[in-house]
Write a protein that binds this ligand. Structure first.
Ligand SMILES: Cc1cc2nc3c(=O)[nH]c(=O)nc-3n(C[C@H](O)[C@H](O)[C@H](O)COP(=O)(O)O)c2cc1C
Length: 210
């Protein structure tokens, strides 16, 4: 949780936003968006800020409807997103807990949001954007998911080897994506990959992932 006035912490002193948002707007010639949580501790706080965003000329909002205090606990409350969409003319991008294309499309329908922002869901499945655009299957079967994981993790490993040094650092960076992966069907394989302390071993395990 942010303790100071950075990030969502600034919602502890919303009067600062009255100055900050118009000042930023006046110097940003391109599109100016605000990404925020629903509030610091109160999930209704966002409604008190909408008039400011409107009069300042914010182009669009990205809403992650959890409070700052909540961190990642519970579920994102997209009933708040739907109400924000209803109450403001500013386009709203819905963010939070979209893990599958089906969930994302339902969320768009339920909230009437102008779009989606993906975080952890896209780290777990980079094809989620393509799935949402309905250019590939909504949900991969086991063999497709296995092939995707092999391709994705091999690619990450190759790229991280180019920009980081030392097996532990490189593997640590690759393994960080597992924090976003919740694949019960591959739990055993992911556990094995997490335990690998050598790149060679990681590659062997990856090659046999099926
Ligand atoms: C690895 C990671 C890095 C993030 N970095 C930022 C950031 O720099 N700024 C920000 O506003 N949110 C950041 N977030 C929060 C996400 O943008 C998003 O609001 C949140 O994870 C909820 O969406 P999700 O359920 O799709 O992950 C980050 C999230 C993750 C997982």
């Amino acid at each position: 949780m942010t303790t100071g006035l950075t990030g969502g912490g600034i919602l502890q002193q919303p009067e600062l936003l009255q100055e900050l948002i118009p000042a930023l707007r006046s110097v940003i010639s391109g599109s100016f968006s605000v990404k925020l949580r629903s509030g610091y501790a109160d999930p209704q706080q966002i409604f008190t800020l909408l008039p400011l965003f409107e009069t300042a000329g914010v182009d669009f909002l990205v809403l992650h409807p959890r409070t700052v205090v909540q961190e990642y606990e519970g579920r994102a409350d997209h009933t708040v997103t739907a109400r924000v969409v209803q109450e403001t003319g500013i386009p709203v991008i819905a963010n939070g807990d979209v893990r599958t294309a089906t969930e994302g499309l339902q969320l768009l329908e339920q909230t009437r949001a102008a779009g989606l922002m993906l975080g952890r869901g896209a780290i777990a499945d980079p094809l989620l954007f393509t799935r949402l655009r309905q250019r590939t299957v909504a949900q991969p079967d086991r063999s497709e998911r296995a092939a995707m994981l092999r391709f994705y993790l091999t690619g990450l490993l190759e790229r991280y080897q180019r920009i980081f040094c030392g097996e532990q650092q490189i593997l640590g960076k690759v393994k960080s994506v597992f924090a976003c992966m919740d694949d019960p069907a591959f739990a055993r394989q992911i556990k094995g990959l997490k335990k690998a302390v050598a790149i060679r071993k990681f590659q062997e395990l990856l090659a046999s992932l099926s």
